[in-house]
Design a protein around this ligand. Structure first.
Ligand code: IFM
Length: 438
């Protein structure tokens, strides 16, 4: 790696991230069915119809996984607490689920890892999906209740809490593009989900503040969308409004961008304007997830938003996503300048998938090592340019359930054999370990 720990501010945190449904094994410990189980069981939605029933069996192997973080010299671990594990029907508490997260957080602290919790990383309980999921305003109140329950149990020991992971994915990817559960392609459902997921953030913030919780924020994903040609600048601005500005503008300024409202306004829930104060209450930090760049082309013959995206021109990962580290520098500095000022920013996810194989007992993944190195250097440049970045979490610690791609796409710095569940740290794990030891 072309960076070392001492290139970053003294308290800068190095960590890795995961999410509950992607690693834990949802068949264990009394977790309830989620909308991802239904989505995966519907032909054509997920490669080989794979689901998170076993995943990496982190539920039973978490000690080994946390040892891997500790042995790499990491400072923090970003994990999520599954709503469906803690409240299998979304409303009734499962004591086994709470006990699991209690043990998990204690195990992090025993290893000197700071727990960075995410409250919602996509496993909506089926009972709430049946009632309309994120299109239903009531879901936001139930989410507030879940926030209370899990915080009462582990809130005394977590270092930071994010309310929602990647609201764009929860709302647009899942209700407009139909690629994630619940797999809808419906603009009215999308407009409601785009608003309600932010209202859920606001509701959770209210509940957390009522308990005196500090270090509360949200994790947003950003995609560098560039106009394909001069004729495509309006389309690129609309794409930017939907993907990158909708969420950050709502939570920092209490408004939605005009270009996006142009399509969503007729479908928004009545009285949405009255929610904006709750949505935009002060936060303590912002999580930035960044992966790639797209080229945006106008498509006047298509319905609103009249555009289509193309992969960028550079080298691609196993996902087909272009590797474009400058985009990370762009977003961090743009966010600091226009939205969050000095508020701490964490790169809460950045990483890449590759078709990694075990050869002679090891995994050689030089493309990932360079990917991490180049993105760390982009982060370092953003700090030099004045952004208050306080940590970086690689996505992901383990190869895991990559949603609609099942177990095919390998993002981990640790290889997982999904037959035996054996963990093998990849060469990038060792490279990262030595960079952060220096
Ligand atoms: O695996 C996902 C994660 O759940 C959310 N952010 C992007 C990752 C890679 O696609």
């Amino acid at each position: 790696m072309d960076f070392k720990r001492s290139d970053f501010p003294e308290d800068f945190l190095f960590g890795a991230a995961t999410a509950a449904y992607q690693i834990e094994g949802h068949q264990f410990g009394g977790a309830g069915p989620t909308h991802w189980d239904t989505f995966a069981a519907t032909p054509g939605n997920v490669i080989r119809a794979e689901d998170g029933a076993l995943a990496c069996d982190h539920y039973h192997r978490f000690a080994e996984d946390l040892d891997l973080l500790k042995d790499a010299g990491m400072d923090a671990y970003r994990f999520s607490t599954s709503w469906a594990r803690v409240m299998p029907d979304g409303r009734t508490v499962n004591p086994e689920g709470l006990d699991f997260y209690d043990r998990l957080v204690d195990a992090m602290l025993e290893r000197g890892l700071k727990p960075f919790q995410t409250l919602y990383h996509w496993e909506l309980p089926s009972a709430l999906a049946d009632k309309g999921g994120w299109t239903n305003r009531d879901t936001t109140k139930y989410f507030g209740d879940f926030t209370d329950v899990i915080t009462d149990r582990i809130g005394d020991r977590v270092s930071a809490i994010a309310t929602i992971n990647e609201p764009w994915c929860v709302a647009f990817l899942s209700h407009f593009l139909g690629h994630h559960a619940p797999g809808l392609k419906d603009i009215r459902a999308t407009a409601r989900a785009m608003h309600h997921i932010l209202l859920a953030h606001g509701e959770a913030m209210t509940r957390l503040r009522a308990k005196g919780m500090k270090n509360c924020g949200i994790v947003l994903n950003f995609d560098y969308g560039e106009a394909l040609s001069d004729a495509d600048t309006t389309a690129a601005a609309t794409n930017d409004a939907i993907f990158n500005r909708w969420f950050i503008e709502a939570i920092t300024k209490g408004t939605y961008p005009e270009e996006a409202l142009a399509g969503f306004a007729p479908h928004m829930p009545e009285g949405w304007q009255d929610d904006m104060a709750q949505i935009s209450q002060p936060m303590d930090w912002l999580g930035v997830n960044y992966y790639t760049r797209h080229k945006i082309e106008a498509d006047p013959s298509a319905p609103w938003p009249h555009l289509k995206g193309h992969e960028g021109p550079g080298d691609k990962t196993q996902m087909g996503w272009e590797i474009y580290p400058d985009g990370l520098h762009h977003f961090i500095t743009w966010l600091a300048k226009n939205y969050v000022g000095d508020m701490p920013i964490y790169v809460s996810e950045n990483g890449m998938a590759w078709d990694d194989r075990i050869e002679n007992g090891a995994v050689y993944d030089p493309v990932r090592t360079k990917f991490v190195s180049d993105h760390m250097l982009a982060t370092k440049r953003a700090i030099a340019d004045g952004a208050n970045v306080q940590g970086f979490f690689y996505w992901s610690l383990l190869d895991n359930y990559e949603w609609a791609f099942g177990y095919e796409k390998r993002f981990g710095i640790v290889h997982v054999d999904f037959e035996t569940l054996k963990r093998t740290p990849k060469a990038s794990y060792h490279a990262l370990k030595s960079a952060i030891a220096r």
